[in-house]
Ligand binder design. Structure first.
Ligand code: BGC
Length: 421
């Protein structure tokens, strides 16, 4: 594979090298995964639907609805410059057309406190969860969602825009559509529903464009984009995973992944040409056969707690593809690993960041890196077992304990900040 630089556990990255002015080192979270008590959205219902396959309820999650200031202090203490979090639409609009000023004020307090601590704030409007009242009307498969999402974006922009430093309309719309209508692991849990998948993919794209317009029209002046789940995809035309294969860079409907490649990546990267940046979220390399289906991993392959291949260098490869197609600056809005052993996390980030550095040295315009995640949190269908956090969270006391990887990443950020190009 190109740009692969295997590193042993002892090969910890100590110096990322110079970063461009304006670069951000941050860490990311999402409302439903950390706040707790998000009882008004489709995920809460899904967690409580027998047979949904979701292991457990998000429950109190990390209780960040109350402990958000402690979370900000952790980011600050670590030595990072930015915090990415999401607004919970169902808290801001608990019933159709009924907006909660108190919920908006809650998020405004987070933004103000972040700034007082000297952190930049990156806000995501939709991170996987949709209010129950919208889900009841068909969620993202109903064209009405576009106007409803735009109205929510407009209210959020009017109330919070002057304090936002960077915004994403949607987090991984490609996962929302695919896991909801093809895989079935996410609500509405309709596996193999291609028609639903096509509709949701269309409305997510239109929702992005509509929300982008609302954010740009409101107060404040900040970059607006979306984030995409972008695995590094290698195609093996012979169906043999051990053959060298070819990296998929053509995501058009005529490309090797056809309609699936277009609807899950190409259409969004294309739209991102008019965005201010594209958010890349990469966790692994996937290998696909001639029919586009994923090839099973050979037994004995090193995997993460998610069962994903341990392939950190996927990041460098996918930022190259994203930059080439979208032709706008890239921000790595998520990257990380679910690992019980924290040393594995440091190894993972050392290797993913080396591959990112190599891409930047080759001229790819990257503006920042957000580690996923600040906290061990609710990992959707898999519950609390996979641990992505730089900080451990006690499930009973909610006490937060930074792991060695937190100090290491902060040290890397501090060192590179002094070395702007
Ligand atoms: C999502 C996160 C999730 C992470 C790990 C991304 O798909 O944005 O919410 O926890 O990956 O699965």
């Amino acid at each position: 594979m190109d740009h692969t630089e295997p590193a042993g556990a002892g090969d910890t990255l100590q110096d990322f090298g110079p970063v461009p002015a304006g670069w951000v080192w941050g860490t990311a979270t999402a409302a439903h995964q950390i706040e707790g008590g998000n009882v008004g959205n489709d995920w809460w219902d899904w967690e409580h639907t027998p047979g949904s396959g979701t292991r457990e309820s998000s429950g109190d999650a990390c209780d960040s609805w109350h402990r958000w200031f402690e979370d900000l202090e952790l980011v600050k203490a670590m030595g990072l410059d930015a915090y990415r979090f999401s607004l919970e639409w169902s808290r801001i609009e608990p019933a159709e057309g009924e907006f909660s000023i108190a919920a908006l004020e809650h998020y405004r307090a987070i933004l103000l406190a972040a700034h007082e601590l000297g952190l930049r704030a990156s806000v995501t409007l939709h991170h996987f969860t949709t209010p129950r009242w919208m889900a009841a009307q068909g969620g993202w498969s109903n064209p009405l969602v576009v106007e409803r999402f735009q109205r929510f974006a407009d209210i959020a922009a009017q109330h919070l825009g002057d304090q936002i430093d960077m915004a994403a309309t949607l987090n991984e719309p490609n996962v929302v559509a695919h896991a909801g209508y093809i895989g079935g692991q996410f609500p509405p849990g309709r596996p193999h529903d291609w028609e639903g998948f096509r509709q949701a993919s269309r409305h997510l794209l239109l929702g992005h464009l509509a929300a982008r317009e609302a954010l740009r029209a409101g107060p404040g002046d900040f970059p607006v984009g979306l984030t995409l789940a972008l695995p590094d995809t290698v195609l093996h035309a012979d169906g043999d995973l051990t053959s060298p294969g070819e990296r998929v860079t053509d995501l058009s409907p005529d490309g090797p992944r056809g309609e699936l490649g277009w609807l899950t990546a190409g259409q969004y990267l294309d739209a991102a040409r008019d965005d201010d940046y594209v958010g890349v979220q990469t966790y692994f390399t996937e290998h696909v056969g001639p029919d586009g289906a994923e090839l099973p991993l050979p037994s004995g392959e090193r995997v993460t707690q998610m069962g994903w291949p341990f392939t950190p260098e996927a990041l460098g490869a996918s930022v190259r593809v994203a930059a080439e197609v979208a032709r706008v600056p890239v921000i790595v809005t998520e990257n990380g690993v679910a690992a019980a052993e924290d040393a594995e996390r440091i190894e993972y980030y050392s290797r993913s960041l080396r591959s990112l550095r190599a891409a930047m040295d080759d001229g790819v315009d990257v503006r920042g890196f957000f580690a996923w995640s600040l906290l061990d949190n609710f990992e959707w269908a898999l519950g609390f077992e996979p641990t992505f956090g730089l900080v451990e969270v006690d499930p009973v006391s909610f006490a937060r304990t930074p792991k060695p990887s937190a100090a290491w990443l902060g040290g890397l950020a501090r060192a590179s900040r002094g070395a702007h190009v």
